[in-house]
Design a protein around this ligand. Structure first.
Ligand SMILES: Cc1cc2nc3c(=O)[nH]c(=O)nc-3n(C[C@H](O)[C@H](O)[C@H](O)COP(=O)(O)O)c2cc1C
Length: 328
């Protein structure tokens, strides 16, 4: 005979089994991350960590090149490190030519903007010069020029979007209605079972923008010039444990669609890393309302480029399709 006590016990047992199953799913990912994430270069220097470092340092310098006024010898330490890694990497077997080309080209750009530099350290070795590519650094443009392809075909439109970081200019005010219109397009993004669990927190208050920019940390010199920050997050309550990677995936699809939508409405944007540490997240929760059931994917810095302003945009040179395709 089933009595109330038995039913309660059965339910308890089912709950226990379910939580064990949830744990197993999450542990699978934790182990994957633990085994596969690369360590800091100071702990392990190998081909992969060198490649990662060359890409990250090159990007750091590329961002530096997006300033209108470049201070002499900006990023000297970063450049010194990059030169050392490139030289070392160029000796490895089976090297990735894209990475070498990216690093050497940034090195060349750095030397160009510091043409009066007399440091032997920064002389590019002869055998590396053939890797130089002109598609790196930053290009100067106006608002009209930057958005001139917004009504063109998708090929031109897609090729014309880049991250906009307003280093030396403050964004004009952004009408809330325009952001809402862009979000209205972004919501066309597919989502698992059409659950549309992505949420966008819009921050336009200057003081809050400054606080959040300083908590995020990866926007030095341009975050505070944003006209708005958009926190892209997802509600975990909408997902089963075996869908554990989907909240971030849904946010990613939404974010890309939003980037295109903002571009279409002539607003510049730059994704800011939302992989916050526990401490950063606590600090963020102290200034804006983030629920415990929400996971943050990214923060977008959105800008309204002033009409008569000349801005500089990082080129962010890309790989060729064959580089990233595996045909079986
Ligand atoms: C997940 C993610 C995190 C990013 N975080 C930052 C960031 O913290 N700071 C920053 O300046 N750019 C950040 N970016 C922007 C990338 O640097 C940029 O998208 C990349 O260099 C390609 O350039 P593009 O957007 O101009 O095509 C991020 C982009 C993504 C997708």
């Amino acid at each position: 005979m089933m009595n109330l006590r038995n039913i309660t016990l059965i339910k308890k047992n089912r709950k226990f089994k379910y939580s064990r199953y949830v744990k197993k799913q999450l542990e699978y990912d934790v182990n994957k991350y633990l085994n596969q994430y690369t360590t800091p270069l100071s702990l392990e220097k190998n081909k992969t960590t060198l490649e990662r470092e060359i890409m990250v340092l090159s990007h750091t310098l590329e961002k530096g090149l997006s300033h209108k006024e470049i201070k002499p010898l900006f990023g000297y330490k970063v450049m010194t490190q990059l030169c050392e890694y490139i030289k070392e990497y160029s000796q490895t077997t089976g090297l990735d030519e894209y990475i070498l080309s990216l690093g050497v080209s940034i090195w060349m750009e750095y030397n160009k903007v510091n043409s009066n530099l007399n440091d032997k350290l920064f002389e590019i070795p002869e055998h590396l010069k053939k890797y130089c590519n002109s598609e790196v650094g930053a290009f100067e443009t106006s608002k009209d020029n930057y958005f001139k392809y917004i009504n063109s075909n998708f090929e031109s439109f897609s090729n014309s979007r880049r991250s906009v970081r307003l280093f030396d200019t403050k964004s004009d005010e952004i009408p809330l209605e325009l952001i809402k219109k862009a979000i209205g397009l972004a919501i066309n993004a597919p989502s698992a079972c059409n659950r549309q669990a992505v949420r966008v927190q819009i921050i336009t208050d200057k003081e809050l923008i400054n606080k959040i920019s300083s908590i995020q940390g990866g926007n030095r010199g341009f975050g505070e010039n944003s006209g708005a920050l958009l926190i892209i997050k997802s509600n975990l309550n909408y997902y089963y444990p075996n869908e554990r990677r989907i909240p971030m995936f849904d946010c990613g699809l939404f974010t890309m669609n939003l980037l295109y939508a903002l571009h279409f409405y002539q607003l510049g944007a730059c994704v800011l890393n939302g992989s916050l540490s526990e401490e950063q997240e606590i600090n963020l929760k102290n200034v804006v309302n983030i629920n415990d059931n929400e996971i943050i994917a990214s923060i977008l810095s959105v800008v309204n480029i002033p009409d008569d302003e000349t801005i500089k945009i990082a080129c962010s040179f890309r790989r060729k399709p064959d580089d990233i395709i595996d045909i079986n």
